[in-house]
Design a protein around this ligand. Structure first.
Ligand code: NAD
Ligand code: UDP
Ligand code: UDP
Length: 319
């Protein structure tokens, strides 16, 4: 059945791919984004599609539209961006969630929240199952994002219990792929852009900290599967790739795959940077029939191709 679906944060890295996938499935898409970290270029190829509509809007303000389903992705996601204006980051998560929940409540439609593995903070349980409550510094520089997302989860569950709203909460682990912002500051985009330009690769700390990297297409497939589950399953559910790599291993893979002459240089580890992160995905396997399909090296090859084309483009050189 074709629906009209709202995607907030739809001009971002993950949101733009989600819009594309939903259009391919025959839905109409309303993409709402304030273009803080999102880019028009991410959705330029969709603008001619009659089923696609873009609205520039900040979800910290009420939004009165008519839709059949909501994916709430609007929030800066990379540490340099979410720490640039931390008050705005908490507002985007908390006030944004209230507005999207209010909208969903008025329309009586299903709403999915893009939560994050950051709600686990610097985890003392490894790997992280959904039952782990996390270890977050409430007053540190990452708290605007982590606590904002934690509060959004609380709001989602309270609207569910108090107003019987159909909710879905997914906890996303580090995801990478084409359409990441080249100056996004996240590790995969930084390393690839540095390697392609034969610049030094910036390792924060000694590079022994770990992350588990999920390819974009796998992740967004998980979103759509979660949305399709029955109302009795609300999550939270981890969506991520459980294959864990150290940051040094990631750098070595990127250097090898790009054939770069880059050297490694070491910077201090940022405050509160989690030392390890790896999802337990048993729940996603059981409830969504989902598991990631794309191995890191295969996903890196596609992402490297994307950045290589982007860095050589006239539009990028002129920017
Ligand atoms: P992104 O920065 O590319 O996308 C976020 C989008 O939200 C951008 O287009 C931005 O302009 C928009 N936005 C920000 N604040 C807004 C506001 N107040 N109103 C309207 N639009 C706003 O990042 P992404 O990686 O695509 O992340 C999408 C979602 O997934 C975010 O909620 C993020 O927290 C979550 N997430 C991502 C990852 C990851 O590894 N990519 C991991 C965990 C969670
Ligand atoms: N809201 C919105 N669009 C709607 C309905 C509500 O943006 O279609 C916002 C509205 O601004 C409100 C928030 O969602 O502040 C929460 O709505 P809810 O009905 O839960 O709360 P109330 O209006 O009772 O404060
Ligand atoms: N990192 C790094 N060099 C960079 C960017 C990030 O070593 O140029 C490290 C960062 O300190 C963290 C890991 O890579 O340990 C993942 O960082 P990212 O910002 O991508 O995601 P998050 O910390 O939110 O998981």
């Amino acid at each position: 059945m074709s629906m009209r679906i709202l995607v907030t944060g739809g001009a971002g890295f993950l949101g733009s791919y989600l819009c594309e996938l939903l259009l391919d499935q025959g839905h109409e898409v309303l993409c709402v984004d304030n273009l803080f970290t999102g880019r028009r270029a991410n959705i330029a190829h969709l603008l001619d599609n009659k089923s696609f509509e873009f609205m520039r809007h900040d979800i910290c303000f009420p939004l009165y539209v008519e839709v059949d389903q909501i994916y709430n992705l609007a929030c800066p996601a990379s540490p340099i961006h979410y720490q640039f204006d931390p008050v705005q980051t908490t507002k985007a998560s908390v006030i944004g969630a209230i507005n999207m929940l209010g909208l969903a409540k008025r329309l009586r439609v299903k709403v999915l929240q893009a939560s994050t593995s950051e709600i686990y903070g610097n985890p003392s349980v490894h790997p992280q199952p959904e039952s782990y409550w996390g270890n977050v510094n409430t007053i540190g520089p990452r708290a605007c994002y982590d606590e904002g997302k934690r509060c959004a989860e609380t709001l989602f569950f309270d609207y569910h219990r108090q107003h019987n709203l159909a909710i879905k909460v997914v906890r996303i682990f580090n995801t990478y792929g084409p359409r990441m912002h080249p100056q996004d500051g996240r590790v995969v985009s930084n390393f690839i852009v540095q390697a392609l330009q034969n610049q030094d690769i910036t390792i924060y700390g000694d590079g022994s900290q770990t992350r588990s990297f999920c390819y974009r297409d796998d992740l967004v497939d998980g979103f759509v599967r979660m949305m399709a589950t029955g109302d009795d399953f609300v999550g939270p559910v981890n969506i991520g790739n459980p294959t864990e790599f150290s940051i040094l291993e990631l750098a070595q893979n990127v250097i090898e795959l790009t054939g770069s002459k880059s050297q490694l240089i070491y910077h201090p580890l940022p405050q509160d940077d989690p030392l390890q992160r790896k999802p337990v995905i048993d729940l996603a396997r059981e409830k969504l029939g989902w598991a990631p399909k794309v191995a890191l090296r295969d996903g890196l090859v596609k992402t490297i191709e994307y950045f290589d084309t982007l860095l050589k483009s006239d539009a990028y050189k002129a920017s």
